[in-house]
Design a protein around this ligand. Structure first.
Ligand SMILES: Cc1ncc(COP(=O)(O)O)c(C=O)c1O
Length: 377
């Protein structure tokens, strides 16, 4: 699905030098490499504050804690996402309230949000899924109307823009993941909270550091969540390549699109007209009349040793953790979410894909589906 080794080899000298500089100065935790990366990322994203933390899951938890979300509060989130999006709310004793997606973009459908609001709703957590911006104008309008906060889970969409603004910088807070396979990935775990709000920035920084700004003077209950110096130095190097990395992904997506354009059984990803899709994943729908086509395709690709994945086979509202009753959740109508979980398949997408690899993959997908559909169920 990804080719991290060849990406590393393409920038090896820069990365090796950056890692050596951290080792040489022993600035392993906190220190100048982390603050330099925070400043560089803030400048890139045109946002006032970047607080580097341990991973994208912590970033969500810290953002919700900074917003003082706790027991009994409700948080609107999509169910068609990675579990972390709502896990943070559950962990804090809040209730995730799952809203359905727009079938065209797979993103939270603003129309589904308003009917789920209650006097306990404190926040909306839209996810820019697969790297495509959500309908932020509509989401922000609802948040403003009801006085609730917005935390953009931008784990998958760094570099994507909604209008002229970078995703993650539009809501009250945004979160990022630097997991190795992400569009900006480090060599371990990493994440960040981003915001233009000085008060929330201070709160997030405090919470991420055991609730303390001044050593041994802890003010609030916090966590220990920090990006280390080596990861920060690697991310500083890779940030310089992010635009070209995202361009390579977008070109690969165009190649896939062209190869699938005549195949009636594949729905290629829609591309927003109000921003940029950075293709963290290239995810298609498989839509033959015969049931089980996606799973049959997956089994075939596995046999042919063609990498692929299903993001996400079980929607979060239906995961055992959310149906066993220990952590309460609520869900609206999940029709589009459930259909998407049955139909989606993600194909290899990374910065090192070649035209011939894409042709090989697409050719196998198309030929299999045409044959599959021609056999009576
Ligand atoms: C949408 C989404 N949110 C949050 C996360 C959590 O990020 P991390 O793995 O860095 O904790 C991920 C990671 O895959 C994700 O895809």
């Amino acid at each position: 699905m990804v080719d991290l080794r060849n990406q590393y080899l393409s920038i090896k000298a820069e990365i090796d030098e950056a890692i050596a500089a951290v080792i040489d100065s022993s600035a392993f935790i906190k220190g100048r490499f982390v603050s330099e990366f925070e400043e560089q990322l803030a400048a890139y994203l045109q946002v006032d504050h970047v607080i580097a933390v341990g991973n994208g899951t912590d970033a969500l938890q810290i953002a919700l804690m900074a917003l003082e979300i706790g027991p009994g509060d409700e948080v609107i989130a999509p169910s068609f996402t990675f579990v972390a999006t709502s896990e943070a709310a559950s962990l804090l004793g809040a209730v995730p309230v799952f809203a359905d997606i727009d079938p065209a973009t797979f993103n939270l459908d603003p129309i589904c949000i308003e009917p789920l609001l209650s006097d306990k709703t404190k926040a909306i957590v839209p996810v820019h899924l697969y790297g495509q911006p959500c309908e932020m104008d509509a989401i922000m309008a609802i948040a403003e109307k009801y006085g609730i906060s917005v935390v953009e889970d931008n784990a998958q969409g760094i570099g994507s823009k909604y209008g002229n603004q970078f995703c993650g910088t539009i809501g009250d807070m945004g979160t990022l993941s630097f997991f190795p396979s992400k569009n900006l990935g480090c060599f371990g775990d990493g994440g960040a909270v981003i915001t233009n709000d000085d008060h929330l920035a201070r709160a997030a920084r405090l919470i991420a550091n055991h609730g303390s700004e001044k050593k041994y003077h802890n003010e609030v209950v916090g966590v220990n969540s920090r990006l280390d110096g080596i990861q920060a130095a690697i991310l500083s190097v890779k940030l310089g390549h992010l635009d070209s990395f995202n361009k390579a992904r977008s070109e690969s997506a165009d190649r896939y699109d062209a190869l699938f354009s005549d195949c009636e059984f594949i729905v290629s990803p829609s591309k927003t007209t109000h921003g940029t899709h950075v293709f963290h994943q290239y995810t298609v729908r498989v839509t033959t009349e015969r049931a089980g086509a996606r799973d049959a395709l997956s089994a075939y690709l596995r046999g042919e040793q063609i990498p692929h994945a299903v993001y996400y086979p079980i929607p979060v509202h239906a995961l055992p953790v959310n149906v066993n009753g220990t952590h309460p959740t609520r869900a609206g109508d999940m029709t589009h979410t459930n259909v998407a979980s049955d139909q989606v398949i993600s194909l290899p997408m990374h910065t090192e894909l070649t035209d011939s690899q894409i042709e090989y993959i697409a050719d196998h997908v198309v030929r299999f589906l045409e044959k599959f559909d021609s056999v009576p169920a």
